[in-house]
Design a protein around this ligand. Structure first.
Ligand code: CAA
Length: 286
């Protein structure tokens, strides 16, 4: 089994930039790839800021920080990262966009490269089907935000994923300092199958006047030891993302209980998407 020495990360948003950072932190080469130069610049700033915070906190020396940052390179096209043994797609959560990216990944990366997706809800089997021959190397590698902090990687096997692909994905996740846990390819996998109905229920509790948002969050923080209450977490994840994941659960699992709460739908329609738009359940000055 080939050991993976480098990671090409397609997409330089919040998740993609976090994945490239943890790869470099683990001593691996990281190719950060995005078609938008502004996004690459934001990723570069995030990497520099995160490394400098670690130096301030005494977790690494400035020499180690320089070495970490030098292991990340920034590119506008996938071909430049073709030497990586693992390519992780972390682009926008849109099935059509992902399908096109995977078609290009299959053409660009050698057959020995594992093709992983950080999707939070889209079927790994359907992404594998877009690749056609070679679907055995397609796997779900689901990281959590903020990637440098959260320990979990959900490893999802599609119908065509090979044992070797899963084993190589697990090995690299461990090398990144993460805890890989397997899940089958069902809508929302485990994390979002459990988390999103809870978030949806918090919106219902708010809509029905059970308590104010801040009280719902405080109750869940102090009573269940959550680091963030469910409504604050929804803002952190993005209300549009929560909405879209719930719609996937609703469509794929065919049960009304997954349908997004009217209040959540209204906020999304109004453009209140959470932290990223300056406000969602709460106002977040940017
Ligand atoms: N990148 C790197 N490090 C970060 C970070 C980021 N974006 N955000 C926070 N950190 C680090 C901070 O630097 C800090 O490190 P030190 O202790 O070494 O200084 C540490 O995390 C704690 O941060 P803060 O002190 O600023 O704040 P906090 O104690 O309130 O923690 C939090 C912030 C880690 C985000 C915490 O509130 C938390 O764990 N929240 C829940 C997050 C969660 O549930 N994520 C999963 C979302 S679901 C998902 O991602 C998948 C999906 O499919 C939807």
């Amino acid at each position: 089994m080939n050991r993976i020495e480098g990671v090409a990360v397609i997409g330089a948003g919040t998740m993609g930039s976090g994945i490239a950072y943890v790869a470099a932190q683990a001593g691996m080469r990281a190719w950060q790839i995005d078609v938008a130069p502004a996004q690459l610049e934001r990723a570069r700033e995030y990497h520099a800021k995160t490394a400098s915070r670690s130096v301030e906190k005494g977790r690494m020396s400035s020499t180690e920080s320089d070495a970490l940052l030098s292991r990340i390179t920034y590119h506008g096209s996938m071909a430049q990262g073709a030497a990586a043994g693992l390519a992780v797609e972390a682009a926008t959560e849109n099935p059509e966009i992902k399908r096109r990216i995977f078609e290009e990944m299959a053409r660009t990366f050698p057959e020995s490269t594992v093709l992983a997706t950080n999707t939070s809800s889209i079927s790994i089997t359907s992404i594998g089907a877009a690749v056609g021959p070679g679907a055995d190397r397609v796997v779900g590698m689901h990281f959590f935000n903020p990637v440098p902090v959260m320990k979990l990687v959900e490893v999802i096997r599609g119908l065509m994923t090979s044992d070797e692909t899963v084993a190589r994905t697990v090995a690299v996740a461990e090398r990144l300092g993460k805890v890989p846990i397997p899940a089958h390819d069902r809508a929302g996998f485990v994390s979002n199958r459990v988390l999103m109905p809870m978030i949806n229920e918090a919106f219902y509790a708010w809509m029905e006047g059970v308590a104010e948002p801040k009280h719902i969050d405080e109750i869940m923080k102090l009573g269940c030891n959550f680091p963030m209450g469910p409504l604050r977490l929804a803002d952190f994840i993005g209300l549009d993302v929560c909405h879209d994941i719930l719609m996937v659960l609703f469509r794929e699992l065919g049960q009304d209980r997954y349908f997004p709460c009217p209040l959540l739908r209204q906020l999304v329609t109004a453009g209140r998407l959470g932290d990223k738009s300056g406000g969602g359940v709460y106002d977040h000055p940017q």
